[in-house]
Design a protein around this ligand. Structure first.
Ligand code: FE2
Length: 430
């Protein structure tokens, strides 16, 4: 006897007509025609059941602050930075927590059940840290929030930042952050990477740095990050976020860099929506795309995830917590239109970031947490194409969100009048 059975699922690995049985919040069976009953049954009707979406790179302390104190009229990074400066003195712990909780609601509705969020530690009051630690506890039953101590103004450049970063870790922040390209010199950048990686090694923590988020081909802090990860034995625990300078680097240098990143077990996190809007912005034509070398890193065996980075904040006025929108943009910007490559874009917002975050019990195997999303799509590529509706979101075996299927009725001359419009090829066509 199961608590829940979801029947007739398609799975991301291509299995069809599979039943998933859930017992006590865990997946207890995955097989065709499960000969059992359950307190609750759900018919997937051949649609895709995926493990939940995971966002490996986000800023929850600024999310949904759009319009406060005013709207970014130019849409540029510089006006965004100025805006954040204007807003900072007026921030309160309650307001940050309230916005974060609202964003977590959006995330759950979109089947996004794990988020790694950077939190600015350069404010000596550590208001955002307090707020997001409180939110992390509050959302724990339905969403895994992992926090990164992020010295937004530079751990060496900003007075007191290292002390505040250590305080944030002592308060319970999970991951060590950094921003080497924002330090005053290349040497300071490299030194910040050394200090922060040693701190993480001492404390047994993971590392995730904003690294080389620029168009400068000589911004090579990823090399130092990989070197330090290797030296300190941090394999599998370090991520470099953005890495946009790699887009502009010399090809010979990159051919030497990729094996170093792979050897060090360092993962990469690209943020397609933000990279394509910010990078190459000051170029004349031709304009660089600026996103890091995703297919090349994947080919070298490096884990690459896609993050959302920002949603409705001073830097980005759009976004909705939809990781399929992120995958869709990543696919286009990286020109990953091959069959296997499109699948990799789906993995970049599900299984790969789950590995980078070190999520326990993630997946659709027997023994994993019963966390999954029923999508209005038949396979991962269709899910990306349609930014498919999340028909049902399940956490620990409990239904926590539902959205009605997308349909439209057409009333057209010379066409049957009741055609359902689902933007899908007929069954059996593909
Ligand atoms: Fe970021």
């Amino acid at each position: 006897m199961f608590d829940l059975i979801v029947r007739h699922c398609s799975l991301p690995d291509g299995r069809r007509d599979t039943d998933i049985g859930v017992q006590q919040g865990r997946i207890a069976a995955v097989q065709t025609a499960l000969p059992a009953s359950a307190a609750q049954e759900l018919d997937a009707q051949g649609q895709l059941v995926s493990p939940p979406f995971v966002d490996a790179h986000f800023h929850m302390d600024s999310a949904l602050s759009y319009g406060q104190p005013r709207i970014n009229q130019s849409g540029t990074l510089l006006e965004g930075i100025a805006l954040w400066g204007e807003l900072k003195p007026h921030l309160t712990q309650e307001a940050i927590a309230e916005r974060a909780l609202r964003y977590c609601d959006w995330a759950v509705a979109k089947g996004l059940l794990a988020i790694r969020s950077h939190v600015d530690v350069c404010d000596p009051r550590l208001l955002a840290v307090e707020a997001l630690l409180q939110v992390r506890e509050q959302v724990k039953p339905y969403l895994d929030l992992q926090l990164v101590a992020f010295p937004q103004d530079g751990v060496l450049r900003s007075p007191g930042a290292l002390t505040q970063l250590k305080r944030a870790l002592d308060m319970g922040v999970d991951v060590v952050g950094g921003i080497p390209h924002f330090e005053r010199t290349m040497a300071d950048g490299a030194e910040s990477v050394r200090i922060l990686c040693e701190l993480a090694a001492d404390k047994g923590l993971r590392v995730d740095m904003h690294c080389d988020e620029s168009d400068d081909p000589l911004s090579r802090h990823i090399e130092t990050l990989a070197y330090q990860a290797n030296r300190l034995g941090l394999h599998g625990r370090v991520a470099g976020s953005h890495l946009t300078s790699m887009h502009s680097m010399d090809n010979y240098y990159v051919s030497k860099l990729l094996p170093l990143i792979k050897e060090a077990g360092v993962a990469a996190i690209a943020n397609p929506l933000i990279n394509i809007t910010l990078q190459g912005r000051h170029d004349s034509y031709p304009k660089r795309r600026g996103m890091t070398r995703v297919p090349e890193m994947l080919a070298a065996g490096i884990d690459v995830a896609f993050g959302h980075d920002c949603v409705m904040d001073p830097w980005y006025s759009l976004g909705s917590g939809d990781m399929l929108e992120v995958a869709h943009m990543g696919l286009h910007v990286a020109q990953m239109t091959g069959q296997a490559a499109m699948r990799q874009c789906f993995d970049a917002v599900t299984t790969t970031p789950a590995r980078i975050l070190g999520l326990e019990g993630y997946g659709l195997d027997v023994g994993c947490h019963a966390d999954f999303v029923l999508l209005q799509a038949r396979d991962p590529v269709e899910a990306v194409r349609l930014r498919a509706t999340r028909l049902a979101v399940v956490r620990r075996g409990q239904l926590i969100a539902q959205t009605p299927p997308q349909t439209a009725s057409l009333m057209l001359p010379n066409r049957p009048s009741s055609t359902d419009w689902q933007l899908r090829m007929p069954d059996g066509h593909m």
